[in-house]
Design a protein around this ligand. Structure first.
Ligand code: F6R
Length: 612
């Protein structure tokens, strides 16, 4: 949700900022802009639309300056437009600021400033905060840093801000609460960004700024302070990420690249953990808290979107294999409905980015109530990873495509290993099934490779149905969350309205939608519900619906009934979601492509949703 980038050092700032903004564009692409400071001149350039449009609009302009800040926006306050794009100038024109987050009490602050004679050029909460800072500075005749500190103590909401002033040619002031900020440490230069992707090619040494910290960043100095003006020691971390991981590497889109990476990312996730030879699953975070898991009266899973779907699969897994009651909660609802958290209850937080505001605030309040939090997170060092008491990374690598694909299968792989390990230790999963499932899980990377070997059929199906206005996705048991995920992917990428349902639930309402125009996708791999889902397929066919099935290779019944079939290799039903989701990812990718949409940056979405 908005990407921010900053640079101070000996280089020209503009190229660093533009490149950084392109890497952060997945966080929002409603508008973008930069502010550059050169010989006391503070120049702001901004433009509605994607970063490429900004680049075009600044041709021929003065882009000099060795200090600058840049922003790519996902609109919250104010429509996407040039005027609402960041950076914003303060009233005097002497300060420029960018902001990721929401200032909740901005309306009152704005009112007060209007009374004092301030006027506003945009509809944003950011401009209000900036003028509030300027007002404090002029009233108190204090430094900008002091004014920022005072302002931050008086605002309510979430922020990551970068602030520069025309009277300080070296310094970027930065602060965060609830929205991420990483500072890269170079030789005589510093880089600031929402995540490490704009930094990685310059340095691998970074500092993750914490909530309520202010950073004073100069070319050769990085000072961290708390809001009480006390210095705090920056904790330097080494980035474990390669540049190639954040580039397209010959693929037309990041989404396609990430779908194709899955044999490797799932393998990386299992590597060193799933030891089929010795029959062990090595997961430190579980090992160290095994009793807490075994004795947990209840597990609550908190997540959003695709990660929530992974949570639903985990519910089936943990209840089935570990016999522990599980509740799967939308993070945004969990926090606000005053949930009951009992002694011993365990919370599993699932998040690709580790920065999703809804999940983060839900966890913060659960933690305050004494809950133990286990994080299943992809982004190393992210806020949710740091907030968790223990956890397991999914090791899927950076996911840039806005629609989550490889992160989902990474989450499933981690959750499957967790359930196997806990069930085995608890004695609810017998040795023979445990070993069989371990072996099955180990074969998943090869089986995903098999699905990806020839995708022409999936492409053909996507093109055949691309003009449908609605889709239904149906599945039972472990494949029900996969149906939900298939529907979400299609909505996101091709803007076709799609609903996911438990296949049996269809007859309680959605069946009224079925006619010869409605494509219905069944996730109908061979499992304990197979006969039942075959009956559901018949019910749709009897009403002339178009049936598309994800079926197990070798199935001879489904092809005789369905209009179109996408095959996946055979696997135990516990493991099957890792395979059955892959054709659905491709179906949505090819449908979006056929409709001419920007599949990596679907409209209105952002990768990392850091506003509540
Ligand atoms: C869907 C998608 C979103 C995210 C959701 C949670 O393709 O990407 O639904 O899954 O915003 O994000 P994380 O997992 O980063 O917490």
């Amino acid at each position: 949700m908005c990407g921010i980038v900053g640079y101070t050092g000996p280089r020209e700032a503009y190229p660093v900022l533009i490149k950084g903004l392109k890497r952060l564009e997945y966080r929002g692409y409603d508008s973008s802009g930069v502010a550059l400071l050169s010989d006391g001149d503070l120049n702001v350039y901004k433009k509605k639309g994607k970063v490429a449009e900004l680049e075009e609009s600044v041709l021929g302009k003065d882009l000099s300056g060795t200090i600058g800040i840049g922003h790519t926006r996902w609109a919250t306050h104010g429509e996407p437009s040039d005027r609402n794009a960041h950076p914003h100038y303060s009233q005097s024109g002497r300060l420029a600021m960018i902001h990721n987050g929401i200032i909740e009490n901005y309306a009152q602050l704005k009112q007060d400033l209007l009374v004092k004679g301030y006027s506003f050029k945009s509809d944003t909460d950011t401009e209000v905060l900036l003028n509030f800072i300027e007002d404090i500075r002029s009233n108190n005749n204090c430094s900008l840093e002091e004014a920022l500190r005072i302002a931050l103590k008086r605002i309510v909401g979430a922020y990551c801000i970068l602030l520069i002033s025309d009277d300080d040619p070296d310094t970027i002031l930065a602060a965060r609460k609830g929205s991420p900020l990483v500072i890269g440490i170079g030789k005589g230069e510093h880089f600031l960004a929402s995540d490490a992707s704009p930094i990685i090619e310059y340095t691998k040494e970074v500092v993750y700024v914490n909530d309520y910290q202010i950073a004073v960043v100069r070319p050769d100095e990085l000072i961290l302070k708390n809001l009480g003006n006390e210095r705090e020691t920056p904790f330097i971390t080494k980035l474990d990420m390669e540049l190639a991981a954040i580039e397209k590497g010959g693929y037309e889109h990041f989404m396609l690249k990430e779908i194709y990476e899955q044999p490797d990312t799932i393998f990386d996730c299992l590597r060193g953990r799933l030891l089929t030879q010795s029959g062990q699953i090595m997961m430190g975070g579980i090992e160290n808290n095994l009793n807490a898991f075994i004795n947990a009266p209840r597990i609550i899973i908190v997540a959003c979107g695709t990660s929530w779907h992974a949570g639903l699969v985990a519910e089936y897994l943990i209840e089935d294999l570990c016999r522990i009651p599980v509740e799967v909660e939308y993070a945004s609802e969990f926090r606000y409905r005053n949930p009951v958290i009992n002694q011993g209850d365990l919370i599993i937080a699932i998040s690709q980015s580790g920065e999703t505001a809804d999940t983060l605030v839900a966890l913060e309040s659960a933690r305050e109530k004494g809950a133990f939090i286990f994080g299943v997170v992809n982004a190393v060092g992210s806020s949710i990873a740091r907030l968790s008491h223990a956890g397991a990374y999914t090791h899927s690598g950076p996911e840039i495509g806005v629609a989550s694909t490889k992160a989902f299968t990474g989450q499933l792989a981690v959750l499957m290993m967790m359930a196997l390990k806990i069930g085995h230790a608890k004695g609810t999963l017998d040795e023979a099934r445990y070993l069989r499932l371990m072996n099955d899980l180990a074969t998943v990377p090869e089986k995903v490779k098999e699905i990806l070997q020839d995708t022409a059929n999936i492409k053909r199906i996507a093109e055949k149905y691309k003009d449908a206005s609605d889709f239904l996705f149906l599945g039972r048991g472990y494949n029900f969350p996969v149906a939900l995920e298939g529907a979400l992917k299609l909505k996101e990428i091709s803007y076709i309205h799609a609903e996911g349902y438990p296949a049996a639930e269809m007859k309680h309402g959605p069946i009224a939608l079925v006619d010869e125009k409605l494509p219905v996708v069944f996730v109908a791999t061979r499992d304990s519900y197979y006969e039942k889902i075959v009956s559901n397929v018949q019910e749709i066919k009897a009403r002339k619906g178009k049936v598309i099935c994800v079926a197990t290779m070798g199935d001879e019944i489904i092809p005789g009934m369905a209009d179109d079939v996408m095959f996946v290799p055979d696997a135990d039903e516990v493991i099957a979601p890792l395979l059955s989701v892959v054709p659905l990812q491709l179906l949505s990718y090819y449908a979006g492509l056929a409709k001419g949409y920007d599949v990596d940056k679907p409209r209105n979405l952002a990768k990392s949703v850091t506003v509540e």
